[in-house]
Write a protein that binds this ligand. Structure first.
Ligand SMILES: Nc1ncnc2c1ncn2[C@@H]1O[C@H](COP(=O)(O)OP(=O)(O)OP(=O)(O)O)[C@@H](O)[C@H]1O
Ligand SMILES: [Mg+2]
Length: 500
């Protein structure tokens, strides 16, 4: 079992080391690159739109200068050569000025000029410029476009220009390629920085954490494997300190438990040998009791009963030392006869002053391990008899001392009540009532009876309860549920038919 666990842990540790790129670090790196690229795309959209507007406005500005040059000439007349020169310099085909309601064509290139789409730069828009910019990037055919804008210098005038879209597209493509390469370069730098930062702040401490947990799980008793927390105030620091606290507690508890287990083993061995020695002493004292000497006759029974008690004590300890009771072998049987047996054994121990009653209905059936239930009821009734006897000795008992057993069923749960009218369970016994060796408050008791009874009841899926609101005496309830019945549809069908 341990070997198997160790093997699993070792594989996991190797796995963890091999996992660096598949693990958190790799994921963080890929996610950072993706997020930075998304960020860059989001920045690219408005910037390409802005680039287009700025480019067009620069054409408008140059066109305005050309228009001013034409206006400066006499009667707006310039030579053909100058006209061509101005249009070429401004990279436009048509320049017109709108002054009030009149339109003045300032310059126009030769040939057939068909404007395919017009754009108005006077209006400020957000979404459409981005759509238009994208359309330019993906349009392969060159065309003539018209632009209307306020010229930078001439107030109260609008300028209209017509120009070929191809130079704009070329400039936008160059800009995009530049931006794209810069983005990729930046995203890798940012991703590397974010990756290193996250790796340092989160991933490394988490790996340390996980490795430590794996190592600790391998051998929780080894105190050198307890995590040494970093001096950090964040959540990881808190988690490390909490883990350390837990590991210290677990390690100490395990250490204590293994020492107790060793001690228990030693006690079992001692009890075993002691019981054998006491048994020999018992034989000798039996023979001693045959001697017809009044002093011997006076002390021999006391010696024998002391030895009996000592042997009983050793046997109980040994029984308890057996790590676990065997699981209950359950059967359905009438409870009343079993209670009768318990009462018969109890009567032998009890003096004439204590009466034991069996108030259990004759037809009450219980689903339990007969042998174990006998031991539970025996412990409870013996405790009751002992408590009553001691109160009789002290003169505090009632006139009629009784122990009563009754039982009832509620659905699939049977409750057996053992009630006496003695002094009740003392407060100091109540605290650790069902804990082995610590619950006993009676001189000569081992403090095992209720612990064993509780363990046996729990093995039945039930519960042993001390009912505290009893007016007087002690009332114990043994609550035992029936076994869960497996329903097989076929079989159930048959049974129902035969039942009807
Ligand atoms: N019916 C009862 N009335 C009064 N006190 C009780 C009763 N049953 C149990 N006790 C108290 O609870 C303590 C624990 O009982 P438990 O049966 O576990 O141990 P024990 O009787 O002392 O020893 P043993 O292992 O021999 O049974 C007793 O010492 C006693 O003080
Ligand atoms: Mg007892």
């Amino acid at each position: 079992m341990t070997e198997k666990t160790n093997k699993t842990v070792k594989t996991s540790e190797q796995d963890l080391k091999a996992r660096i790129w598949r693990g958190l670090s790799g994921k963080v790196l890929v996610m950072t690159i993706i997020f930075v690229l998304i960020g860059e795309v989001l920045i690219f959209l408005p910037s390409i739109a802005n680039f287009r507007i700025t480019w067009l406005k620069s054409r408008v500005a140059v066109a305005e200068v050309a228009a001013l040059a034409v206006e400066a000439a006499q009667d707006n007349q310039i030579s053909n050569m100058l006209k061509k020169e101005l249009l070429r310099g401004a990279e436009v085909k048509i320049i017109a000025l709108n002054k009030g309601s009149s339109r003045h064509l300032m310059l126009q290139a030769d040939g057939d000029l068909m404007i395919e789409e017009k754009f108005d730069l006077r209006e400020r828009q957000w979404i459409m410029p981005m759509v238009d910019a994208f359309a330019v990037l993906f349009r392969t055919k060159d065309r003539l476009i018209g632009i209307t804008d306020h010229p930078p210098k001439m107030t109260g005038t609008d300028i209209e220009i017509a120009l070929s879209e191809k130079p704009l597209r070329d400039a936008m493509l160059t800009f995009s390629v530049n931006i794209l390469s810069l983005s990729i370069f930046l995203s890798f730098i940012v991703a590397a920085m974010v990756f290193l930062a996250l790796n340092y702040v989160l991933v490394r401490p988490l790996r340390k954490f996980t490795l430590n947990m794996l190592r600790f799980a391998d051998d929780p008793e080894d105190q050198s494997r307890i995590i040494s927390p970093d001096d950090r105030q964040d959540e990881i620091g808190i988690a490390q300190r909490e883990l350390k606290h837990m590991q210290v507690q677990l390690s100490t508890t395990l250490h204590q438990k293994s020492r107790l287990a060793a001690l228990g083993l030693a006690v079992s061995k001692v009890s075993h040998d002691l019981r054998n020695m006491l048994a020999s002493a018992q034989l000798l004292s039996d023979r001693l009791s045959m001697i017809d000497d009044p002093t011997v006759q006076k002390f021999a029974p006391k010696l024998i009963s002391s030895l009996d008690r000592a042997i009983g004590f050793c046997e109980q300890t040994l029984k308890f030392g057996r790590a676990n009771e065997h699981p209950p072998t359950r059967e359905r049987f009438d409870l009343r006869p079993l209670a009768e047996e318990v009462i018969d054994a109890g009567v032998i121990q009890a003096s004439n002053h204590v009466t034991l009653y069996n108030d259990i209905a004759a037809d009450l059936v219980i689903d339990a391990d007969r042998e174990q239930l006998y031991r539970i009821l025996m412990n409870l009734s013996r405790n009751a008899v002992q408590a009553l006897e001691s109160s009789i000795k002290q003169g505090t008992a009632l006139r009629e001392c009784s122990v009563r057993m009754k039982a009832w069923r509620e659905g699939g749960v049977t409750t057996i009540e053992v009630r006496d009218n003695g002094p009740g369970v003392p407060a100091r016994a109540r605290k650790h009532l069902f804990e082995a060796f610590t619950g006993g408050a009676r001189a000569g008791g081992t403090g095992l009876g209720l612990a064993i009874s509780n363990e046996l009841t729990r093995a039945h899926g039930g519960e042993l309860r001390l009912i505290t609101d009893a007016d007087m005496g002690a009332v114990f309830w043994v609550v035992i549920p029936d076994r869960v019945v497996e329903l097989h549809p076929g079989k159930r069908g048959k049974r129902e038919v035969s039942a009807s």
